[in-house]
Design a protein around this ligand. Structure first.
Ligand SMILES: Cc1cc2nc3c(=O)[nH]c(=O)nc-3n(C[C@H](O)[C@H](O)[C@H](O)COP(=O)(O)O)c2cc1C
Length: 214
């Protein structure tokens, strides 16, 4: 009788051990997958470069554009205020207006996303600080645009970040309301045969210059 109980206990222990080991294996597999994903993202950041030679004639598919915009919608924003307002410029007229309002070229991109923030929705500082008039609009738009940039790159769509414009001219060109502040433009599209990274793309500071441990 005692022997039987001992045997039963041993069998139960073995089953518990097997099941828990299986669980660990699954967990380990998940961690490996997550690490692989993280490495893929790093590769994506190395692969991306500012596109200055778009193929103006090649249309960006709507499903790809939708995915890019969704990445912008998912972006975190200060206090989740979501002040970003995106204007998708596709028509010849809109693209010409954007180019005329900028001092940087838009490099013939067939689509430009004009990223703005709504001053009435943005998070505003109310404390006595170094920058008492600070609001989070520029930072919110930067993360929105960055997420869109990589959502594009992931799908083979190239981009360039453009801040070479006077926001007053852009507001005027598109008749934007007073509370709408243009933060940047994201021209996007497929690369033409001439596409290549600029020499600046390969210039990155060494880690020691960028990082200080305190
Ligand atoms: C905030 C910001 C503003 C920029 N504005 C412009 C611009 O107006 N015109 C332009 O040709 N490139 C612009 N760029 C692109 C940078 O010149 C480019 O990212 C940098 O030289 C590194 O090259 P890479 O993007 O190919 O790695 C801008 C980039 C950032 C992040």
């Amino acid at each position: 009788m005692n022997k039987n109980i001992l045997m039963l206990g041993a069998v139960i222990c073995a089953i518990v051990l097997l099941v828990s080991c299986g669980g660990n294996e699954k967990k380990n597999e998940q961690i490996v997958n997550q690490t692989e994903k993280a490495m893929d993202f790093l590769e994506l950041t190395k692969q991306r470069y500012s596109e200055r030679y778009f193929d103006s004639t090649r249309v960006v598919e709507q499903d790809k554009l939708d995915r890019i915009l969704e990445a912008g919608r998912q972006a975190p924003t200060a206090a989740n205020k979501q002040p970003q307002r995106l204007y998708v410029l596709k028509s010849k007229e809109a693209l010409q207006k954007a180019a005329a309002a900028s001092f940087s070229p838009l490099y013939g991109a067939p689509v430009v996303i004009l990223v703005c923030y709504d001053l009435d929705s943005v998070w505003k500082n109310s404390r006595e600080t170094l920058l008492p008039d600070y609001n989070s609009g520029e930072q919110d738009c930067a993360i929105v645009a960055t997420q869109m940039m990589y959502a594009a790159e992931e799908q083979g769509v190239h981009t360039i970040w453009i801040r070479g414009f006077d926001a007053r001219n852009v507001k005027e060109a598109f008749n934007l309301p007073d509370n709408m502040i243009p933060a940047m433009m994201l021209p996007l599209g497929y690369p033409s045969d001439k596409s290549e990274p600029s020499p600046k793309h390969f210039e990155r500071n060494p880690m020691e210059k960028m990082v200080t441990e305190l």
